[in-house]
Write a protein that binds this ligand. Structure first.
Ligand code: ASP
Length: 401
């Protein structure tokens, strides 16, 4: 069986605002067009995976909760969900099998910020970023120091690696290292060798599923695990909140890139890249290729663009175009970049913009919005089509240069 790759629709820059709208790309629950203006305040905007948690956060906000509290009520949803393998508990680990989490937040009214990077064993790093903001003289803590600070502040240490994430990591490890998996001294070495030899003769995706079975991954989960091994996934949640009294906050949290080098931090903990809020202007956050977003200081760029008069949509598109500029518009490379921005202006105008329409055909990038009614809306994309997963599964000689 050959590996089915995502269809690539060659990139066409959008000339007109909202030209992706109206096409039946997503599930029925995704609104076909972005509204871009709140029906009323308060308003919450978040990445699509925040949708199930909007109601509880909105109720808190209506009851007078602080905007950062309300944003945390959204993002702790995926952090606490062991089945969301991109954030918090159950996040896919680094190359050594250790879950490392990143988060950052900004509180508009007090003009304060907090962030943590590469944190192990602490589930709710969104709350931890707020603790750094409230209870230290620093803005950013990383690694062991951040973990020790968390324990001092009463957080509980726990193993964040779920059984499903551990097995998927093992599958990656056994296929990316010569010395993992049964060796010559294994009593069943001949059978295993025979099985593996048969497996390597099959094409990649099928081979990975054979090995997944060997690792005890349930049949219904083997294809997904194999896919995650081939294309290290990312995933994150951002949330920005505007209260009825005009106060704003933003927060972003992630387990980052699967199988990353230990210590790798993406854009999420970088104030100004993964998250930025200015009480005078608005708030923005990011999900997607962290390394690319750091280089354009995406969230800060967007807020500054709004400060200088650009509407949220154009402010976000400009940040995306800076990523494009960093590659001189080279579509052979840009097709592997995935970037989405969530933008909320102080007056309730908002936008969700993405470099590509979605991850794959029929699965558009979305922004979750609550302004009295909760919904998912499609982002407006700079290029039409699906981003490609990295790394490409073809021999280097076949990669077009
Ligand atoms: N931006 C995150 C990171 O690079 C990943 C993501 O949003 O998917 O760590």
């Amino acid at each position: 069986m050959s590996l089915s790759r995502r269809d690539f629709v060659s990139g066409v820059a959008l000339g007109a605002l909202g030209s992706t709208a109206g096409r039946a790309l997503g599930a029925a629950t995704i609104e076909p067009q972005q509204r871009m203006k709140a029906a009323s305040t308060p308003i919450i905007v978040a990445a699509g995976n925040g949708r199930p948690y909007l109601e509880r956060a909105y109720a808190q906000l209506k009851a007078g909760a602080d905007t950062l509290e309300s944003a945390i009520a959204v993002v702790t949803g995926p952090e606490d969900d062991p089945n969301d393998d991109s954030v918090g508990l159950g996040g896919l680990p680094n190359e050594e099998g250790v879950v490392e989490l990143d988060a950052s937040c900004m509180h508009g009214p007090s003009r304060r910020a907090g962030s943590v990077g590469g944190v192990r064993n602490i589930r709710n790093v969104s709350r931890l970023a707020r603790e750094v903001m409230l209870h230290s003289g620093h803005v950013m803590l990383v690694g062991e120091g951040a973990e020790r600070f968390a324990l001092a502040r009463g957080f509980v240490r726990e193993n964040l690696l779920t059984e499903a994430s551990r097995r998927t990591w093992l599958l990656w490890k056994e296929t990316h290292s010569d010395w993992w998996g049964p060796g010559l001294a294994d009593p069943a070495w001949k059978e295993r060798l025979r099985g593996r030899r048969a497996a390597v003769e099959l094409e990649t995706l099928e081979r990975l599923q054979v090995l997944a079975a060997d690792l005890g991954i349930p049949p219904g989960e083997r294809l997904a695990a194999a896919h995650k091994v081939l294309y290290p996934p990312t995933g994150t949640i951002h949330c920005s909140v505007l209260a009825a009294n005009g106060e704003m906050s933003g927060i972003t949290t992630t387990s980052g890139l699967a199988w990353k080098l230990p210590g790798r931090c993406g854009d999420t903990p970088v104030i100004g890249a993964g998250c930025y809020t200015d009480q005078d202007v608005g708030s923005a956050g990011a999900t997607g290729s962290g390394e690319e977003n750091i280089k354009v200081a995406g969230a800060h760029t967007i807020v500054e663009n709004m400060r200088h008069g650009l509407p949220p949509l154009e402010a976000g598109m400009d940040a995306l175009k800076r990523i494009v500029r960093n590659y001189n518009g080279d579509m052979e490379r840009l097709r592997y970049v995935d970037m989405t921005y969530y933008i909320l202006r102080k007056d309730g105008a908002y936008a969700g913009v993405s470099l590509w329409t979605g991850y794959e055909p029929g699965r558009p990038h979305t922004i979750a919005v609550h302004d009295g009614s909760a919904r998912l809306e499609k982002t407006v994309s700079l290029y039409e089509g699906a981003s490609q997963e990295w790394p490409p599964l073809v021999a280097p000689s076949q990669v077009p240069l």
